[in-house]
Write a protein that binds this ligand. Structure first.
Ligand SMILES: C[S@@+](CC[C@H](N)C(=O)[O-])C[C@H]1O[C@@H](n2cnc3c(N)ncnc32)[C@H](O)[C@@H]1O
Length: 257
């Protein structure tokens, strides 16, 4: 092999290793797709690198849907062989781009102190990363004060970032060991609770939602100041996790705006 192809192969190996490490680095976020990169840039991320198989197609998309970040996308993105990108980020939406950015600093006390009436979302042991991402996306849209999650999953998992379209950068998002102590009323969202009344929903509530399979734990239900249900048609057992987060956050938002 002559030196140019050898150098290109070494560069590709280095890049693959760098991305593999970033996926397991708790200080970094791996953003797959243009919309994740766009939102990350809009909400203050400072990506370290971004790789695209077709930078021209990416630029056209940026010009069409996000001219505000176009220049930064162009300056950031390096071209990469399409087969290599497909191997490194097989689920990146087209036109494929994968970016690496530092996660923002998270301060739990500061998030809990947020004086606005807007709630915090507490997800107890969510298991489906796409669903977790969808919760973060809707919480960003509703301008929630934070999304906290307990259990085994990292809310900054690349699949959750893809599901949230990178909106983790729009509000504080972090894993916590359990429901944090605070002056916020703890409201458990549970199909067995009292019917949701947006007017009676406490300002600055910590809204707790259970896992997809098991719902909320007895410990959390016992600790809650109130249990609330979203009234459903008879025969329907429950709503999807992200859907129920959307209903409650927007009931509160529509009341307050
Ligand atoms: C898919 S559901 C869990 C279903 C679980 N089998 C159960 O019995 O709770 C996930 C979470 O969404 C919320 N949720 C779903 N439907 C709801 C409803 N109608 N009222 C209040 N919360 C609901 C709850 O927090 C629930 O723990």
């Amino acid at each position: 092999m002559s030196s140019a192809p050898r150098e290109a192969a070494a560069h590709e190996r280095q890049l693959a290793e760098c991305l593999r490490r970033a996926r397991h680095d708790p200080t970094l976020a791996v953003l797959e797709g243009f919309h994740a990169l766009k939102h990350a840039l809009r909400f203050g991320a400072e990506p370290l690198a971004a790789y695209a198989a077709d930078p021209v197609a990416l630029d056209e998309l940026a010009a069409a849907v996000a001219p505000d970040v176009r220049e930064r996308v162009v300056a950031l993105v390096e071209p990469i062989a399409p087969e290599l990108l497909a191997e490194l980020a097989p689920r990146a939406p087209q036109p494929a781009v994968v970016s690496i950015a530092p996660r923002p600093r998270f301060d739990l006390a500061q998030a809990l102190r947020d004086p606005r009436p807007t709630p915090i979302v507490l997800l107890e042991d969510p298991r489906n990363m796409g669903n977790l991402g969808a919760c973060i996306r809707v919480a960003a849209g509703a301008d929630a004060a934070a999304v906290l999650s307990t259990g085994t999953s990292d809310p900054w998992h690349p699949d959750a970032l893809r599901g949230a379209a990178g909106l983790h950068y729009a509000l504080p998002v972090a894993h916590v060991d359990g429901p944090p102590r605070s002056d916020r009323p703890l409201v458990a969202l549970d199909p067995g609770g009292d019917p949701l009344d947006a007017a009676a929903l406490a300002p600055r509530a910590m809204l707790a939602f259970g896992s997809e399979r098991h719902g909320l734990s007895e410990a959390l239900l016992d600790a809650a100041d109130a249990r609330v249900r979203i009234p459903m048609r008879a025969g329907v057992s429950s709503l999807n996790l992200a859907t129920s987060v959307a209903v409650v956050l927007f009931a509160a938002r529509l009341r307050d705006t």
